[in-house]
Design a protein around this ligand. Structure first.
Ligand SMILES: [Cu+2]
Length: 96
């Protein structure tokens, strides 16, 4: 049991750190233009986390629960990171 517990702790730690890092990613602002499957086209302001200026572009969205609550025309805030050579939205929700 002790071994199993050490195993669980060792493997859950990196995920906890990842969660903290995600929470510290700055929010970007935008307006949803289109949603197609797990991709959203967003007219966005500056995205500090990836050094991108304002433009309209399509993003893969990993936050499917957040995306499901949104539709074209909605003002949103979102977190984006560079992952595997592309910019991925990790969290998205209605703008505050
Ligand atoms: Cu862009």
């Amino acid at each position: 049991m002790k071994l199993l517990r050490a195993f669980v702790i060792a493997f859950s730690l990196p995920f906890s750190f990842a969660a903290v890092a995600a929470d510290q990613t700055p929010w970007a602002q935008g307006t949803i233009k289109k949603i197609a499957g797990d991709k959203a086209t967003i007219a966005h302001g500056p995205i500090d986390s990836v050094g991108m200026g304002p433009m309209t572009m399509q993003f893969p969205v990993k936050d499917s629960a957040g995306l499901a609550k949104l539709k074209a025309g909605d003002k949103v805030r979102f977190q984006a990171i560079m992952a595997g050579g592309e910019i991925v939205v990790t969290r998205i929700e209605p703008a505050k």
